[in-house]
Structures are given as C-alpha cells and as structure tokens.
Design a protein around this ligand. Structure first.
Ligand code: 6H9
Length: 374
C-alpha cells in the first residue's frame, strides 16, 4: 500500500513523533486532534470557523448518519463534504462503539450487530459490509472497520470471544473496502478489553492485515487512567511504528500528552465541544466552570494567555451571564475557546517535538496544571 504517512521528527527521549498524514483532501500534521462532528456538524460552529481554528480533519459518526438522514440521502446530495460544506478531511468511525453505547437492545451476532435505533426503535443489523457501504455513501477519507466495543468490566473469556469476533469483522471490512473503496484510507482497530495478553494478541493480528493505519479501540470506557495507559502500551508494542496510531475517544489534555509520549498520532474526543456547552472551559492553568459565582463580576478573559476570539473580546462575567441566562451565544463562544485550546495544545506539542523540547513541554504542562485557579 502506498505510504500515506511520513514521520518527520522523533523525540530522542520518548516515543513522541511528528508526521504528515496524506488523504485525498489534504495533508494533516500529526499529532492531530480531530474535532467531533457526530451528526455532520461540529456543534454550534460553521465549517469556516472550525477551519479557521486550525482543524484539518474532523470526525463524523456512521451510526448517527445512517439512522438520520441516511447515507443514501447524503450520497444523493454529493457526499458528506458537499452536504456539510467541509472540503477538508473527514474520518468516519464504523458505528461499532455507538451501537454499543447508544442503541437499545444491542445483540452481537456473528453476522453483525443487531440493534434498535435510539430514535424510533426500528431494528437494524449493522454488518462490516453495510458499515463500509454507509461510509462509502458518506464518501469519507478515512474509514474505520466495524469492531465490537468490549464493555468494562468484562470477563477474560468474553473479552477473548469479542476480540476474536472483532478480528473476523475486520477481515470482512477490509475485503469490502478492497472491493470498491480504494479512493479512501482504511484503518484497523485493536481491541482486547483490559487484558494485556489480549491487547498484544489483537494488535499482532490487526498489524498483519494490510491497513493504512491502526486505531486502539475500547479504551476510555470507564477504566482507571493507569489501566488505560497499561492497555495502550501493550497495544502499541505490537503495532508497526511506520503506520499512524489513532487512540479513539481520547481525551483530556493529560491523556493526550501521555499517549503522544508513547507514540500515538491521532485523537478524537467530545470533551472540548461537550464541556463548552456545559460551561466548562479549558485553560493553561486547569479548568474553570462558568456556573461558579466567583466569576459573576470577573472582568478578565477565560484565560489571560489565550488569543482566541472569545478571550480577546469577552469577560468571564459576560460569559457567565450568558450561560446563566441560557443565551445561545455562549455555546458558540465557549466552543470557539475550547477547540482553540485543544488545537493550540496540539500545535504546541508538534512544535516542541520538532525543536527537541517535548520533555520540557510536558514538564511545563504538569507544573501549570496544578496552579490555583485564577
Ligand atoms: C469516550 N471514550 C471512548 N472510547 C471509545 C472507543 C471507541 C472504539 O473503540 N471504537 N471502535 C470509539 C469511541 C470511543 N470513545
């Protein structure tokens, strides 16, 4: 398979590296954070605003768009890029995780995941072939194989059974992709629950298929932080360094920093956008919550060190007022700030790795993180 990923600089002390990921819709600098656009929109922002914040790839959810408005409608409207006016790269997950976390009465069968729509209770069977067909209708640039997401906690035998089923689904996904999807990239997903030997086994099996990149799935599902890191390390140890690694659903700035140190290149997480709508804002000295009365009369910006549109124009007092009044503008202003924070954080990581100063960057992050809220 032609090389779609180029490593630029490696950190001598850790597994961190910068690189370039090439899709047919542009070049993506890694490590990269992908804003989540679940239902064909990064909530509250226009595509121009998302691009203006520096995003070059976003994530969309196969499960949601299949149920509403349907991949055939989106295909008739020219595919997801045209439909949502986002000309840059789009990664679509396969639906495996959403069926597990959102659908009702989900039954995992050999053929696929049988579930009832959380919208109207209609029954569907999501198979590896159908998931690839949906992603083709969306015309996404990076397509994920269909996997089962192993619950936490879970017995060893059940985790092994689901991991082996996932491997059979991924083989079927790859065959379906090879039949008529070659204009896009296809990533495999490692599973294995919270068992180190299953994590290594799954990574070895997935690495032996011919995927463009490898995701580590089934983490950040409620397990302790240290266990997530342990399972991540077990998975990464069996994945080839020359292909991109994507840690699904992760995470906090700290999680991202720890994963980058171990050689992860791609991330997606709802935290910046979802927290924005809940009034929780990320800053260089920790998080602040607009609900707290201490900000009622605070004329400072969210983060005095931040140069985003929101921090350059609005005070905490104003944002808190909007939030308490339920004024819709605050969702936009908070989302602009949080996405700016995450995308700047990634740019800072890339810059530090390029300059051989990643360890220093990490140390500085931890020092600032414990600062008292200002
Ligand atoms: C928030 N935590 C979280 N874990 C995830 C795992 C997956 C996965 O394994 N997909 N195949 C996807 C999204 C996730 N979000």
């Amino acid at each position: 398979m032609a090389s779609i990923f180029q490593i630029e600089k490696k950190c001598p002390q850790t597994g961190a590296r910068t690189g370039f990921l090439f899709t047919r819709r542009g070049v993506i600098e890694t490590p990269v954070f992908m804003p989540v656009g679940t239902q064909a929109s990064v909530k509250t922002l226009t595509p121009e605003e998302v691009s203006g914040l520096g995003a070059r790839i976003i994530l969309a959810n196969t499960y949601h768009l299949f149920l509403r408005p349907g991949h055939e409608l989106i295909a008739r409207h020219g595919g997801l890029h045209r439909f949502m006016n986002w000309p840059r790269s789009i990664l679509t997950d396969s639906g495996g995780y959403q069926v597990f976390s959102l659908a009702k009465l989900c039954k995992i069968e050999e053929e696929g995941a049988r579930f009832q729509s959380h919208l109207d209770g209609q029954e569907y069977l999501l198979t590896p072939e159908l998931s690839m067909e949906i992603q083709a209708g969306l015309d996404s640039d990076i397509r994920m194989v269909l996997d089962t997401c192993i619950p936490y906690p879970c017995s060893y035998d059940e985790a092994k059974r689901l991991t082996e089923l996932t491997h059979r689904w991924e083989k079927r996904s790859l065959l379906a992709w090879q039949k008529n999807h070659r204009e896009s990239l296809v990533f495999g997903i490692t599973q294995g629950g919270m068992f180190e030997d299953l994590r290594r086994y799954s990574a070895r099996v997935i690495a032996n298929f011919d995927f463009h990149g490898h995701a580590i799935g089934g983490l950040s599902v409620g397990e302790p932080h240290d266990l997530m890191i342990e399972m991540l390390e077990a998975s990464l140890s069996e994945l080839p360094e020359e292909k991109p690694r994507y840690l699904m659903g992760v995470g906090t700035p700290q999680d991202i920093l720890e994963a980058v140190s171990r050689g992860v290149d791609m991330f997606d997480c709802v935290l910046p956008t979802r927290n924005a709508r809940r009034g929780t804002l990320f800053t260089s000295f920790g998080k602040i919550s607009l609900k707290q009365s201490r900000y009622k009369d605070d004329e400072r910006p969210i983060d005095p060190e931040c140069q985003c549109y929101t921090c350059r124009n609005y005070s905490r007092a104003y944002l808190r007022h909007l939030f308490m009044a339920g004024e819709l503008l605050v969702y936009r202003l908070n989302t602009i700030h949080n996405l700016h924070f995450y995308l700047c954080f990634m740019e800072g990581i890339r810059d530090a790795i390029r300059k051989g100063r990643f360890e220093e960057f990490k140390k500085h992050y931890y020092e600032r993180k414990e600062e008292s809220e200002c």
